[in-house]
Design a protein around this ligand. Structure first.
Ligand SMILES: Nc1nc2c(c(=O)[nH]1)N[C@H]1C(S)=C(S)[C@@H](COP(=O)(O)OP(=O)(O)OC[C@H]3O[C@@H](n4cnc5c(=O)[nH]c(N)nc54)[C@H](O)[C@@H]3O)O[C@H]1N2
Ligand SMILES: Nc1nc2c(c(=O)[nH]1)N[C@H]1C(S)=C(S)[C@@H](COP(=O)(O)OP(=O)(O)OC[C@H]3O[C@@H](n4cnc5c(=O)[nH]c(N)nc54)[C@H](O)[C@@H]3O)O[C@H]1N2
Ligand code: SF4
Ligand SMILES: [Mo]
Length: 668
């Protein structure tokens, strides 16, 4: 028996970016474990990844290129060779380019893998082709915008900071599902005496580790922050010295805050005014309050402004200057690796149009010039994860649309493809990873050979480039060459780490400058509360959009899946039991619903069947579903995104998944 243990990295879109140890016996992965030597994730994994080998060796893996021989969306795929597949794509694209121009081709990708090279290499190819560009704002662009409007490019606090905090606010984050290693830190801090609050729309599993749970009306968190700051200023609880030294525009803000009285904010948020007063006092009087800000509250039409308002809170009480204080919203390590070497903006001969990924439905169905005639999907599952599912499916059903999907599984999107290309998993391809939840960087070699005829993103784009006769040396390299290039031209940040260790596949931590928490990287060097570059120079409350329907519809992550990934593991799908719609007993009583009954949630965009779960975890007026299911596991023929809309956030063109309302009726 030839047993080896190899290091790798979890490739999924998760802030934890865990270090992995892969046990390989006779070239086969036997076991996946956490790497105890990883400085941040220290050997533990979430329930989704403990059996990653079941994803890698799933009998459902796609292993050969497949051509659709029947009508779109039917199960009439037949295997073809890679040569044939590349030739078909090339011919169709040449034809489309000569008739409509290359902008009629649209790439669609997001975060199947977070590896810098495999994730981003498609951009070089599509830039060179002159295709339409995709505005990739499905996740947290409004959150990033709101943070940056106040803090510029200030470094985010190290997640271990929270260990020194005495008041931790988990604000709109279901960390039990989405950020388990941070939550581990929270537990440690709690043992040392810290208080933990959860500000949410319903009692998520994270409520179990929280001392207090404050449930607000969806989309109203900006008002809560402004109300807390009203009380902090009114009652003289500000840190004057910190404000004088580090804050721009406090005087103007003070005036603005006057209107956000606890009574008004109580009406907007649904929290009692006495609670808002108490929260403000406890926040301002704690020694080192730390806010962990999730993305959920930014996925509303007021999302950027909400984040901007909350980001002002630590400035008013000087939390940044205290060990353990601050706010963690966006941890960016993007400057550590020169991603431009991978994406090659310079390959674009001219600036081509941008299409917002949240509005794929419109892009495929509405009259745009040139029309989208070909869609190339990789590392994304738009039918499942993109808002307004009915419009996406309608577009994919267009007979004149040529759709290619490069995938590991027969996803809800792949089924609508004209041509499917089989993709490798992260263990079959090399890459280099950075994180958005901590400061480690790690390189990972391929651990096993590709299954069947599966190919990595890098390999497929190299073949497509060859077929197009692109002669740039870029396209003749391997992914390994590209990783080497990134490491051989280190950025100022990477230059400070042990490159030998990094090249050998060990995790290394990017060093943080001394006193980085009070080095504000804004033009004035101060925290910008009054920002005259903004249309609205001061934070204020903006209303969410909602729909003309009865219940807010919160459709948040599940512990057992990640976006639409992991639904290939039967055991994980079973853990979710059913595609539930959570509803408060009072609402269910009014409707005469009983627990376990099949219901339909609907609005002007679509109808989705759920199994009703009656629970006081959810306040009246809100219904909740957790996780994005594959259609085959749904009680009906549509999943959650048939209800969500293509509307965008107030700034940064982000998604507004939770800014959705529905009506509910029985299906029995
Ligand atoms: N297990 C698991 N892990 C994941 C993911 C997953 O799907 N499953 N997804 C990954 C991805 S892509 C991302 S971006 C991150 C996201 O992870 P986080 O940043 O932690 O954010 P979410 O969990 O998306 O935020 C959703 C939470 O916000 C709450 N929420 C919704 N509206 C509001 C509101 O108006 N106010 C408040 N206070 N709360 C609100 C929801 O109830 C939900 O619990 O997680 C990653 N990790
Ligand atoms: N209703 C609702 N919808 C949501 C959300 C929500 O909270 N509620 N969350 C949203 C968020 S935050 C995000 S980030 C998006 C995420 O959306 P996506 O990034 O599209 O995420 P996944 O659903 O995980 O789909 C990734 C696909 O990539 C494939 N894949 C993995 N690795 C590779 C690879 O190396 N190459 C190729 N070619 N394919 C690969 C996987 O098999 C998988 O099917 O979803 C959004 N959708
Ligand atoms: S999904 Fe997140 S928590 Fe789970 S193993 Fe991957 S990085 Fe770690
Ligand atoms: Mo995301």
């Amino acid at each position: 028996m030839n047993m080896e243990i190899k290091r790798s990295v979890c490739p999924y879109d998760c802030p934890d970016t865990c270090g992995l140890l892969i046990e390989v016996v006779n070239k086969k992965v036997i076991k996946v474990k956490g790497d105890p030597d990883h400085p941040y994730t220290r050997g533990t994994l979430c329930p989704k990844m403990v059996h990653y080998e079941k994803t890698v060796y799933s009998p459902e893996r796609l292993t050969r290129p497949l051509l659709q021989k029947g009508p779109k969306g039917s199960d009439n795929f037949e295997p073809i060779t890679w040569d044939e597949a590349i030739q078909i794509i090339n011919e169709r694209w040449q034809h489309i380019i000569s008739e409509y121009g290359a902008e009629a081709i649209l790439p669609y990708s997001y975060a199947g893998t977070m590896g810098i090279v495999q994730r981003n290499c498609g951009e070089a190819f599509f830039n060179r082709l002159g295709a339409s560009r995709l505005e990739r704002t499905i996740c947290a662009s409004a959150k990033g915008y709101g943070w940056a409007a106040v803090m510029g490019s200030t470094l985010a606090p190290h997640p271990d900071q929270v260990l020194h905090s005495d008041l931790i606010i988990l604000w709109g984050t279901n960390a039990m599902a989405t950020n388990i290693h941070f939550l581990q830190n929270v537990r440690v801090a709690k043992k040392k005496g810290a208080k933990v609050w959860l500000i949410e729309t319903y009692e998520t599993p994270t409520a179990k580790v929280s001392d207090r749970v404050m449930l607000v009306k969806p989309g109203s968190d900006g008002a809560l922050a402004l109300g807390m700051m009203h009380v902090i200023v009114r009652d003289g609880l500000i840190d004057e010295q910190f404000i004088n030294e580090h804050v721009q525009g406090f005087t103007e803000f003070q005036e603005r805050l006057e209107e956000y009285t606890p009574e008004k904010v109580s009406e907007l948020t649904g929290l009692k005014s006495s609670l808002i007063e108490e929260m403000a006092h406890l926040y301002a009087k704690s020694k080192a309050p730390f806010i962990s800000l999730g993305s959920g509250l930014s996925r509303y039409c007021n999302g950027a402004m909400t984040v901007r308002s909350i980001t002002c809170l630590p400035a008013l009480v000087g939390a940044w200057a205290k060990p353990g204080g601050g706010l963690l919203a966006n941890l960016s390590t993007s400057s550590a690796l020169d991603t431009r070497k991978v994406t090659r903006e310079d390959f674009s001969k001219e600036t081509t149009r941008k299409i917002n990924m949240n509005q794929l439905g419109d892009a495929l169905n509405k009259t745009v010039a040139p029309p989208v005639m070909s869609l190339y999907v990789y590392q994304s599952n738009p039918v499942a994860v993109t808002p307004d599912q009915n419009m996406v499916i309608k577009g994919l059903m267009r007979k004149d649309l040529f759709t290619v999907v490069h995938e590991r599984f027969m996803t809800d999107t792949a089924i609508y493809a004209d041509l499917i290309l089989p993709a490798t998993t992260s263990l079959e391809q090399p890459d280099i990873y950075r994180s958005y939840g901590h400061y480690c960087v790690q390189k990972a070699d391929a651990v096993i050979e590709a299954l069947g005829e599966a190919k990595s993103n890098w390999e497929v784009f190299a073949l497509l480039a060859q077929a197009q006769n692109f002669d740039e040396p870029y396209f003749n390299q391997t992914a390994g060459d590209m990783i080497k290039q990134l490491l051989e031209s280190p950025t100022p940040w990477l230059a400070q780490v042990d490159l030998e260790k990094l090249s050998a596949g060990y995790p290394v931590e990017l060093p943080l400058p001394e006193n980085y928490k009070t080095k504000f990287k804004t033009p004035s060097g101060k925290i910008v509360i009054f920002n005259n570059k903004e249309e609205e120079p001061l934070p204020k409350y903006l209303k969410p959009h909602g729909d003309n329907a009865q219940y807010w519809f919160v459709n948040s992550p599940s512990i057992y899946s990640l976006n639409s990934s992991f639904n290939e593991q039967k055991e994980l799908v079973e853990k979710k039991e059913n595609m539930y719609l959570l509803m408060h007993p009072e609402d269910a009583g009014v409707k005469g619903f009983s627990d376990g009954e099949k219901v339909s949630a609907f609005n002007e965009r679509g109808k989705v069947a759920f199994i009703l779960k009656i629970t006081p975890q959810v306040p009246a007026g809100i219904v909740v579903s957790e996780g994005v299911f594959w259609l085959r596991d749904c009680p009906g023929d549509r999943s959650v995104n048939a209800l969500t809309s293509q509307r965008l956030t107030d700034q940064a063109q982000g998604s507004t998944f939770y800014d959705t309302k529905v009506d509910v009726e029985s299906l029995e």
